[in-house]
Design a protein around this ligand. Sequence first.
Ligand code: PGA
Length: 256
Amino acid sequence: MRRSIVAGNWKMNKTIPDGVELAGALSDGAGEFIDSCDVVLCPPFTAVKAVADRILGSEIDVGAQDVHWESSGAFTGEVSCEMLVDAGCSWVIIGHSERRAMFGETDDAVNKKMKAAISAGLKPVICVGETLAQREEGSASEVVRRQVKGAFAGVSGEDASKAVVAYEPVWAIGTGRASTGEDANAMARMIRDTLAELYSHDVSEAVRIQYGGSVKPGNMAEFAQQPEIDGALVGGASLKADDFIGIIRAMIDSKK
Ligand code: PGA
């Protein structure tokens, strides 16, 4: 049985004091019941270290929202894997649709970032998902399949099995219009089948798959009850302690 994983992507929100306050509220409020679920907070770069320090020794992990694949050098504005580890990260989100759409991130860049993260000991959350136009024209599976193949190209089975894939249909992100549990489960199944083709049945069963896109405390159970869905990548609802705790609780209760 795969361990559940709920991650909060704070995006470009929270100053250092606000982030530390939220992290503190989460570790105080969720501390007792999260032993059956990985919980990861992904603050903006500026707050990573302070958040990591605040929750040190708790069950909660810290991740970053992006990383560069090179280890150091003249890459103005970028942050390396080593720097993230140094700041207290154990996870990193890679290939979020906002990075793909607004910052030109390609499948090749996602692949390079994934390899760099793994070799630095960071656990990657690889984001994939189709746009509304792609869904409407019937190419959702093909698009997501291509993103999965691109991300995992040249990654060993052993490393692949440690990755998390977040299926996030672009049309569901920040819109309040979540996918249905059934549709998300079908896409997660398709992702697993793609991994089975690339690697083996065992690897495809080991990779954890999250759903993301307008997840709230009230709809988490619909996704968590699906056999192929192992967790959630949460944006807006991860910015309030009560909502995020409600999501973690719904995740855990649904998999009991
Ligand atoms: P949302 O964002 O929960 O605000 O829809 C999800 C994400 O972008 O990861």
